[in-house]
Design a protein around this ligand. Structure first.
Ligand code: FMN
Length: 213
């Protein structure tokens, strides 16, 4: 057995207080996200997205957050992928943001829905052309015989759309997660971490609650 029990550090960077945390969790998220961005991380929009399949098995994968506002969090993917199929059957998901350099994590649970086709089109056409072609070339999550098969698919769609705008594939687009619970975690000394949970009260108001670490 590889024993990792001696690897430990103290978390000393900050405090989170349920009294001074923002009244709205998206305002709190925005404040923390901006602070994280200022630390100049390699890929600031990274998050882990969990879905649950028809057998109740949880799945996770890293995705990039592409937008957020008071309505929730938006990301883009293949609607026929594993996660797309999970969301079609169970339109609930959890997002997880882990910002180790600030000793913080944010956890979100909520409802999933497809964004409008207009929103997807606007984002799709802002992507580099090669990424647009990649969305056509990849039957995400389906088996491939080898790498060459993928590269042939890419070459084929590149030739098909040469000189023309690449249309948005029907199987590709954005999802929005509307939060139903959010939790902010700030590491503390002696494992006495700060946790503040937000639960909706209706009419856009939220209850804040400190949790045991
Ligand atoms: C840094 C990073 C960023 C990623 N960004 C995305 C993304 O924005 N959209 C996406 O569909 N997959 C993205 N992926 C790939 C996913 O993690 C995953 O492999 C893919 O979406 C298939 O997931 P599924 O089979 O569970 O549906 C990213 C992976 C990494 C490591």
């Amino acid at each position: 057995m590889v024993n990792l029990g001696d690897i430990r550090r103290q978390y000393t960077q900050g405090r989170l207080d349920e009294e001074t945390a923002a009244a709205d969790p998206m305002t709190q998220f925005h404040a923390w996200f901006e602070q994280y961005r200022e630390t100049d991380p390699l890929e600031p929009t990274i998050m882990t997205v969990a879905s649950v399949d028809a057998q109740g098995m949880p799945w996770q994968r890293v995705l990039l957050l592409k937008a957020y506002d008071g309505d929730g969090f938006v990301f883009f993917t293949n609607y026929d992928s594993n996660k797309g199929q999970h969301f079609a059957a169970n339109a609930q998901a959890s997002l997880h943001f882990f910002w180790m350099n600030l000793e913080r994590q944010v956890e979100v649970q909520g409802k999933i829905e497809k964004i409008s086709r207009e929103e997807t089109e606007a984002y799709f056409h802002s992507r580099p052309r090669e990424s647009q072609l990649g969305a056509w070339a990849s039957a995400q999550s389906r088996p491939l015989d080898n790498r060459a098969q993928l590269e042939e698919a890419f070459a084929s769609v590149s030739a098909e759309y040469a000189g023309n705008e690449v249309p948005v594939p029907d199987h590709w687009g954005g999802f929005r997660l509307t939060p139903q619970r959010m939790e902010f975690w700030q590491g503390g000394e002696h494992r006495l971490h700060d946790r503040v949970e937000y639960q909706p009260l209706g009419n856009g108001r939220w209850k804040k609650q400190r949790l045991n670490p």
